[in-house]
Design a protein around this ligand. Structure first.
Ligand SMILES: CC(C)(COP(=O)(O)OP(=O)(O)OC[C@H]1O[C@@H](n2cnc3c(N)ncnc32)[C@H](O)[C@@H]1OP(=O)(O)O)[C@@H](O)C(=O)NCCC(=O)NCCS
Length: 239
């Protein structure tokens, strides 16, 4: 039995021009080109602060300078670190001006954060499995929005851990929608493999939901999460 560390880094995307320029200096040529394709200056800045800080944080794990890190991309577009066998696994998510990065030594990982907001009609029907829709509909109306975003972030963390994004058929697996996160069913996957999926929820900030999924975790291993949050005073951590 082992302990698997998952570090969750949370930071605001808004940043002053000086800090944004400093973070931009970490970016590769293709990242700068991608930044320049954003039409809105605020989207460009969000991308730069997201990627720049991602590089800065990963450099503390790899002990290589932020600008020297190379990313590879899976067929669904999931970025990973290239070149060193002992590099960590990571995944990034951003929503409503906030970024969250999950880092763990050796397991495919996915993270999603979403700002809770009024739910548009038909979204659950389009994206959730029949079992998930039934579970949400059975809740009192006042609890349904929070349950919807728990379900959304957990499903998206799952498909981001797989790396397929929305190419993964969303109705072929169920997540728990209660306070305890879990992957409950994956079509075609037996109980033993299902048990190797781990999932937990977290609150990135007030009014937001977050979830993390990891695959390939041996039975009996324990997940230990540590949260790092950036404020004007610097990074603070809590377990
Ligand atoms: C990548 C995807 C999975 C998530 O996109 P998203 O929710 O818009 O964005 P997030 O902020 O959570 O994640 C984006 C980041 O994930 C990473 N990413 C990109 N493709 C990925 C993939 N296939 N798998 C895992 N991570 C991926 C990147 O780091 C990206 O940020 P960057 O481009 O700034 O580096 C995408 O397939 C998508 O379109 N999702 C739509 C979500 C949806 O409609 N879900 C329905 C309810 S479950």
């Amino acid at each position: 039995m082992a302990i698997i560390d998952v570090d969750v880094w949370i930071w605001p995307l808004q940043s002053g021009p000086e800090e944004c320029g400093r973070l931009e200096s970490h970016l590769s040529g293709d990242e700068r080109q991608r930044a320049d394709r954003f039409l809105a200056a605020s989207h460009r800045a969000d991308y730069i602060v997201g990627r720049g800080r991602l590089r800065e944080i990963l450099s503390t794990y790899t002990h290589r300078p932020p600008q020297s890190l190379h990313f590879t991309y899976g067929s669904g577009g999931k970025p990973g670190l290239a070149g060193h066998a002992d590099d960590p696994c990571f995944n990034l998510s951003h929503s409503s001006g906030l970024a969250a990065l999950a880092v763990t030594p050796a397991h495919p990982i996915g993270v999603d954060v979403e700002a809770e907001r009024p739910i548009k009609e038909n979204i659950a029907e389009r994206f959730f499995s029949a079992a998930e829709q039934r579970s949400i509909a059975a809740l009192p109306a006042a609890e349904q929005t929070a349950a919807f975003f728990r379900c959304w972030t957990r499903k998206e963390a799952f498909v981001k851990a797989v790396g397929d994004g929305l190419n993964f058929p969303l109705a072929t697996f169920d997540v728990a929608i209660g306070p305890d996160a879990a992957v409950k069913r994956i079509a075609g996957v037996d109980e033993a493999e299902l048990a190797q999926w781990r999932m937990f929820g977290f609150q990135p900030r007030q009014g937001m939901a977050g979830a993390i999924a990891l695959s390939g975790v041996p039975c009996g291993d324990t997940i230990r999460a540590c949260y790092f949050r950036l404020s004007p005073a610097g990074w603070s951590s809590e377990t």
